[in-house]
Design a binder for this molecule. Structure first.
Ligand SMILES: [Mn+2]
Length: 325
């Protein structure tokens, strides 16, 4: 076991109170890692008090079928005697409860590129495809026999979602080796898949609406859709989201984007995706930004819908040779 993992194990052994932290808008890597670690620690150390911090204020929309949110508030007195473990979080400002600094000591385990130091002991390594992969590796090395099915299910969910079902280039031979161990230990793949991927009928109908609204230009390599202001309500979809993924993975489409009305922010938003050409510089022009191949914009003036479309078309015209495989 490498030194930092040994330190993590030693620190966890020292504390009675363990507080696990995850990032805002938690995905299944953040929550899966948290639950996977919590269940393992409860199994191995029944006398320790291991809490996930911030579940009491977290919306049920982040709920999955394979775990229950513990709605009891964890007081600061608990944290004052606790070892805090921050999972899957690149910046301190993104920690959901924001209460990590009440802990006596802090550990961080994360696979994002390192932006800042948050904890006393940091295991941050962006060669891992998911925090769940790091946790699984740690737990298997630490005590193979204490890794039980609920831990396997949670970590497998994190692995699956942070790799886009093992499609992303971040997947390594080690990822499959970890997945194999999780399956060997009894991970219930059907249960995990159903919890993540079963869609409800309203959402499927809304997806078909998005496709109906979409414009495709396979010569230029562009797909886009503007979703009607009231369309979400019409289809009974509560959460406002870009639905941009619906236009992804289409042959001869290199840049795809959607516009939608965010009724909480009272603003038109856009999401832009690209398979090769960076698009974040375009997003920055329109009050937004993000990653090279995935960025968001905010529309402040009506004419900006058209301006973005024209900008992207022009950008593709200039770069057509690069977009061809
Ligand atoms: Mn992650």
């Amino acid at each position: 076991m490498i030194a930092i993992k040994e330190t993590i194990v030693k620190k966890i052994e020292q504390y009675e109170n363990i507080a696990i932290f995850f990032h805002e808008l938690p995905d299944l890597d953040a929550l899966g890692s948290s639950y996977g670690l919590q269940y393992f620690l409860k199994t191995k150390y029944p006398d320790k008090d291991v809490r996930i911090i911030g579940l009491d204020t977290l919306s049920a929309q982040f709920q999955s079928n394979f775990y229950d949110f513990d709605k009891r508030h964890v007081p600061n007195e608990f944290l004052a005697n606790a070892l805090g473990i921050i999972l899957d979080t690149a910046n301190a400002s993104r920690i959901w409860s924001g209460r990590h600094n009440y802990c006596r000591e802090l550990i961080r385990i994360d696979h994002h590129p390192k932006l800042e130091t948050i904890a006393d002991y940091e295991w941050v390594d962006d060669t891992y495809c998911a925090t769940a992969e790091m946790i699984a590796e740690l737990l298997f090395e630490w005590d193979y026999n204490s890794v039980l099915i609920p831990t396997c299910n949670s970590l497998y969910a994190g692995l699956l979602t942070d790799t886009g079902r093992f499609l992303y280039p971040s997947v390594t031979p080690k990822t499959y080796a970890i997945a194999a161990k999780l399956v060997t230990k009894g991970c219930n793949r059907q249960k995990v898949h159903d919890a993540i991927y079963l869609k409800d009928v309203d959402r499927m109908k809304f997806t078909s609406y998005v496709l109906k609204k979409a414009h495709f230009d396979t010569q230029l390599g562009i797909a886009w859709a503007k979703l009607g202001k009231n369309s979400f309500d019409r289809y009974g979809v509560k959460l406002r989201m870009s639905m941009v993924h619906v236009l992804g993975n289409i042959k001869n489409i290199n840049i795809w984007f959607t516009f939608y009305y965010d009724n909480v922010l009272k603003q038109w938003k856009g999401s832009i995706r690209s398979n090769k050409l960076p698009i974040n510089q375009i997003a920055e022009k329109y009050h937004g930004g993000g990653h090279k191949l995935a960025a968001g914009v905010t529309i402040l003036k009506r004419k900006e819908f058209k301006m973005i479309l024209e900008d992207i078309k022009e950008y593709l015209r200039q770069n057509i040779p690069q977009t061809k495989n």
